[in-house]
Design a protein around this ligand. Structure first.
Ligand code: PSU
Ligand code: MN
Length: 309
């Protein structure tokens, strides 16, 4: 169902696809502004949109521009978010009404993108990694709003697992508590973003996009709110060895603590520091896994669309 909420600007192509029950995949904008350096971020965002199309769905990159909730960005808007980078507000749930009221811009995190996607009637969303419980989160209470959003907003998120800058075990416990199913696509183990496995088991392992679409349809038919987290391991060719990346992550976290970086700045700082230390190797992995997720999300969206007809 297309929601014509007066705060939403849905690009005509996306609105038409939603009206016809055709597959649409939501994409976030924090990954562009805060997740990768310019100009690779813009280039990646365009490649992601192209891969969604190649797999039969319409891409809908989501952001806030002049206080308007944008579902689908123009070429110039995409460029603007990439170029402006950290100077754009990283917008999560708590920021949305304030940016709207101020007529300001915001790059939407997984949580905020889910909210806007749900308003527009989009069910499938592709990203790289979600936020989670940070290491030492039991003391700092740094737990991403993404987790609560997955619990209450019915948008299904395809990601490359839980990044090892986070406490993977506690993130999975949190998801279990709030009732979020963690699905593995062709994997028994939860992938760890840069690496293909974390040592933790997924709740359900599926090897076909239509099996995932059927589970999502059953959840919706039963009126169970919230999103399924679909984890898709980075292709073998681009995976980084867990032990190699661990030392890099540990020193990035130490550096972050020494500088007193907290709150919403932590994830962007760690991603940039890891990319720097690995001389771009982690960035390459990050790009490849996002492309891989976009393809799977589009395939699931196609199956969901077939099921609902
Ligand atoms: N993980 C990544 N790249 C990203 C993010 C996470 O590998 O760009 C972004 C996403 O937008 C995610 C957000 O929703 O960081 C989580 O931030 P926080 O931990 O502050 O909730
Ligand atoms: Mn946080």
């Amino acid at each position: 169902m297309v929601n014509l909420n007066s705060y939403l600007d849905i690009l005509p192509e996306i609105k038409a696809a939603l009206g016809d029950g055709k597959p649409v995949v939501a994409l976030e904008s924090t990954i562009i502004s805060h997740g990768m350096p310019y100009p690779k971020n813009v280039d990646t965002a365009r490649r992601v949109e192209a891969i969604v199309r190649e797999n039969g769905a319409v891409p809908a990159t989501i952001a806030i521009v002049d206080g308007r909730l944008k579902v689908g960005l123009s070429r110039d808007e995409l460029e603007y978010f990439g170029k402006t980078g950290l100077d754009v507000v990283k917008a999560s749930r708590r920021d949305i009404p304030f940016l709207v009221a101020k007529g300001a811009d915001g790059a939407t995190t997984v949580a905020a993108t889910m909210i806007i996607a749900a308003m527009a009637g989009i069910k499938i969303f592709a990203t790289g990694g979600i936020g989670g419980v940070h290491r030492d989160g039991e003391n700092s209470m740094d737990i991403s709003a993404d987790l609560e959003e997955l619990a209450k907003t019915s948008v299904n998120v395809v990601c490359a697992g839980i990044k090892s800058i986070l406490d993977i075990g506690r993130t999975l416990e949190y998801l279990e508590t709030v009732g979020v199913t963690v699905v593995g696509y062709k994997t028994e183990q939860v992938p760890a973003f840069y690496a293909r496995s974390s040592g933790f088991k997924v709740d359900y392992n599926f090897s076909k996009p239509d099996e995932i679409a059927k589970a999502i349809a059953a959840k919706d038919d039963l009126g169970l709110e919230g999103g399924v987290l679909i984890t898709n391991p980075v292709p073998e060719k681009y995976a980084l060895a867990q032990d190699k990346i661990e030392a890099t992550i540990a020193s990035a976290i130490q550096d972050m603590n020494e500088r007193g970086i907290k709150g919403k700045e932590t994830t962007p700082f760690l991603l940039a520091r890891i990319a720097e230390t690995t001389e771009g190797e982690s960035l390459e992995t990050n790009i490849e896994l996002v492309l891989n997720n976009a393809a799977l999300a589009a395939q699931i969206a196609v199956c969901c669309s077939v099921l609902s007809h």
